[in-house]
Design a protein around this ligand. Structure first.
Ligand code: IYR
Length: 229
């Protein structure tokens, strides 16, 4: 047995040996991470420039390091680069979005979206080299067909998507958290099993050479936190 390993009540544990930093170093590292995360922006104008497949593989594995209920990792990342499948997805997404923008979304919602200048047209679904469609697994199915529970599925998959977006940013690529609604067409096009539900559709790639993003203000600390000291 590895000296870092220890059996606790019959289960293997490993020694979690990490660097500990003095306060000044922690402040520096956390500031640097904040500065870097603050540079991430949602982008809607994608280039069709190729992205190495290994980058996408690494991004998915990074997302899959997210914590999850009972470590069930209740997610499947479907990676679409096939142009015909991308076209099918665009056609179905635009059908739903046209309906949403013209009658399903409230006036308030449409107004709230104006500064972002989104509309029902989704050309990026064909242009971006990769579409990552995240599915949440309501439950697992064992090889002999039995249902196995998953826990805190929405929370787990949401956290994994956060990790995914950070990994995409780290690689110098951009993404869009696209939410066509309803999304059932994705299960059909991709032939997903009954235990999976579409969660987010994330085009990934390089931005176009000149890209403009909305000039947003992020909320200040006072607006996003309450401290009980
Ligand atoms: N799902 C639509 C509308 C949309 C909704 C929100 I909330 C956004 O932040 C952005 C868009 C779409 O993807 O265009």
């Amino acid at each position: 047995m590895d000296e870092r390993e220890k059996i606790i009540n019959g289960y293997p544990f490993i020694n979690y040996d990490r660097d500990v930093y003095p306060p000044s170093k922690m402040i520096e590292l956390s500031r640097e991470f904040l500065r870097w995360m603050n540079e991430r922006r949602t982008v809607r104008d994608f280039s069709d420039r190729e992205v190495p497949k290994e980058v996408i593989e690494n991004i998915l594995l990074a997302a899959s390091t997210a914590p999850s209920g009972a470590h069930k990792q209740p997610w499947t990342f479907c990676v679409v680069s096939n142009p015909e499948i991308k076209s099918m997805i665009r056609i179905e997404a635009e059908k739903e979005e046209q309906e949403s923008y013209s009658s399903r979304m409230s006036d308030e919602w449409i107004n709230d979206l104006r500064p972002l200048q989104t509309d029902w047209q989704k050309p990026f679904l064909e242009i971006a080299p990769y579409l990552i469609i995240v599915f949440k697994k309501a439950y697992d199915i064992t090889p002999d067909g039995k249902k196995k529970n998953n826990y805190y599925v929405n929370e787990s998959v949401g956290i994994a998507c956060g990790f995914l977006l950070a990994a995409i940013h780290k690689a110098g690529l951009v993404a869009l958290t696209h939410t066509p609604s309803p999304m059932n067409f994705l299960s059909k096009i991709l032939g997903r099993p009954e235990n999976e539900r579409p969660y987010l559709l994330i085009p990934v790639g390089y931005p176009t050479e000149e890209t403009f993003v909305p000039k947003l203000q992020r909320k200040p600390l006072e607006a996003i936190s309450d401290w009980y000291e």
